[in-house]
Design a binder for this molecule. Structure first.
Ligand SMILES: N[C@@H](CCC(=O)N[C@@H](CS)C(=O)NCC(=O)O)C(=O)O
Length: 225
């Protein structure tokens, strides 16, 4: 049995949960919060971050490494294209979403709007939020708008790039933000479409109580889950 450590509303933990659901792997979730970790967490997670998995005692950190491991050990349905160049494109988009979209947009907004006021008991810094929304977001959403089409991101099949992008956009919506449909119409349609994909919808339904508990805005997500 797979144990997934990490709170399910985390962008990277959700990636692993969706991959497990897509591959029909039984799993249990231990909802570790990185700011208040259990004893021994630094041994399990060398970076201190979530997620970590234990696959019958085999422990592994980092959502990208974990998803690649799940693909090797349970190949069907495939989340990574087999063809080299197509796979490289999927890996690039996964990395762009995990790195640039998360680090430069979603993490900062989540940190300012949730972690500072609700966990660290500090005030939100409106200038930091404004800088993300006016500087980083247009650049990052502009690039993503140029990459999405009418189906899934890569090769017409649901896969790792879709999981990484959608997981970030879910948290963006949880914060009460919306994709500007006039400026990023393809990205907005993509998000609403992929949220209905069964493994994503199941993950969103399952995490609803946690999101509700944290006072997040579920109104954009509830329609799909
Ligand atoms: N590259 C890592 C990134 C993981 C990550 O940044 N996790 C966030 C939550 S989504 C975290 O643990 N943040 C707490 C911290 O930075 O201390 C992965 O893909 O798993």
């Amino acid at each position: 049995m797979l144990t997934i450590y990490g709170v399910p509303i985390s962008v990277h933990t959700r990636k692993v949960i969706v991959a497990a659901i897509e591959k029909k792997l039984p799993y249990q979730n231990e909802p570790v919060i990185p700011f208040d970790p259990p004893a021994g967490w630094d041994r399990l997670s060398p970076t201190g971050k979530i997620p970590v998995v234990s696959d019958d005692g085999f422990e592994l950190a980092d959502s990208s490494v974990i998803c690649a491991y799940l693909e090797q050990t349970r190949p069907e349905p495939a989340l990574f294209p087999r063809e080299a160049k197509t796979c490289a494109r999927a890996l690039w988009l996964e990395e762009y979403c995990d790195g640039t979209l998360f680090r430069e947009v979603v993490h900062g907004l989540f940190f300012q709007n949730v972690i500072r006021p609700k966990i660290l008991k500090l005030e939100t810094d409106p200038s930091a939020v404004d800088e993300i929304l006016t500087q980083a977001l247009p650049r990052v959403f502009g690039y993503l708008e140029s990459q999405v089409g009418d189906g899934f991101l890569v090769d017409g099949h649901f896969g790792i790039a879709d999981i990484a992008l959608t997981s970030n956009l879910v948290n963006y919506h949880y914060l009460g933000y919306r994709i500007d449909g006039a400026r990023y119409s393809r990205l907005d349609r993509y998000f609403n479409r992929v949220c209905r994909h069964p493994s994503i919808a199941t993950a969103l339904r399952t995490e609803q109580p946690v999101a509700q508990n944290m006072g997040l805005d579920l109104s954009a997500i509830a329609a799909h889950a």
